[in-house]
Design a protein around this ligand. Sequence first.
Ligand code: NDP
Ligand SMILES: O=C1O[C@H](CO)[C@@H](O)[C@@H]1O
Length: 313
Amino acid sequence: MSALDIDITLNTGAKIPAVGFGTVCFDEFKSQFKDALKAALLEGHYRHIDTAWYYGTEALIGEVLQELFESGKLKREDIFVTTKVWPSFWKDPLKSLEKSLHDLRLDYVDLFLQHWPLAFEGDENGLPAVPKDAEGNVKFAKGADYLSTWKKMILIYKNTTKTRAIGVSNYTPKMLTRLLKETDVVPATNQVELHPHLPQVELVKFCKEHKIVVEAFSPLGGNGAPNLKIPLVQQLAKKYNVPAVDIIVNYHAQAGRVVLPRSQNVERIKKGFSEVKLTEKELAELDQFGIDHPKRFINDVWGNDLGFEHWGQ
Ligand SMILES: NC(=O)C1=CN([C@@H]2O[C@H](COP(=O)(O)OP(=O)(O)OC[C@H]3O[C@@H](n4cnc5c(N)ncnc54)[C@H](OP(=O)(O)O)[C@@H]3O)[C@@H](O)[C@H]2O)C=CC1
Ligand SMILES: O=C1O[C@H](CO)[C@@H](O)[C@@H]1O
């Protein structure tokens, strides 16, 4: 059995495959990106793509999807596609979504996320993506409220067919509490950094209580996959006779979370991930590891004032 076959039900009733293909791609790997994605969809049997306007990979994804649809190797309904609106597009999430759909060559996405609870200055095309002043400080949009983007996303969700669900990313429980109080759509997901070094136990509990599916980004700890070296992860990999990456993937999938590993290595992608039945005790031990050894790997400067746990380590 493959972990890639596991589905999770969203609060819309739709199913989201528990494992999604992460599509952040650094420039030096862009030439390999299409081959990696094709391998993921055809040989790795991924059914879920996690992307964003910010990643600059949507046009490449669109080329691959068009080719696979036209050749009959894949149908639109076979895959779940997520995109996100970046803070520099905070005033006009519809324009951002339309740009993403154009590049992805799709009529709709399955999930549209607010990438960060932030608003940056930016022109009508969301540029520059990260505006900075002469001293190099990020230029936040003065007087902007991150919930205004969410409210506009609600209108897109209710009044168009361009997305089947909406959700958020990088929200804390405090921000979600405010969102739930002031608006009438519960986000389908909250995508956050989450792994055995950062189990975010309180956030996970909050989301479960409010039927918000948690999506774990940077599950391997980003470049170099440092989380694969965690002794407990290695120990469990030995016990179950699987690669360490399978322990990380199942840590999330088994707990009802989406997990978004990234790889540009075709051989790794083709292997997929076995389903491993970790015990409740082992899941709790993986959480406890992070409580004892908290570490966040994605420390983008614009998140400095968001009040995240263990920021800036
Ligand atoms: N909402 C948000 O704000 C954010 C969302 N994300 C999403 O999450 C995705 C994943 O997070 P990201 O930070 O990109 O990275 P990951 O945590 O998935 O780590 C990627 C690194 O792990 C390596 N790797 C992958 N598989 C293996 C393996 N089996 N053995 C050894 N090394 C491995 C990759 O190298 P190689 O390519 O050589 O395999 C790469 O260096 C993103 O692509 C994006 O879709 C990420 C950050 C923020
Ligand atoms: O989604 C995202 O990816 C980048 C790089 O990891 C991060 O800044 C952003 O939130």
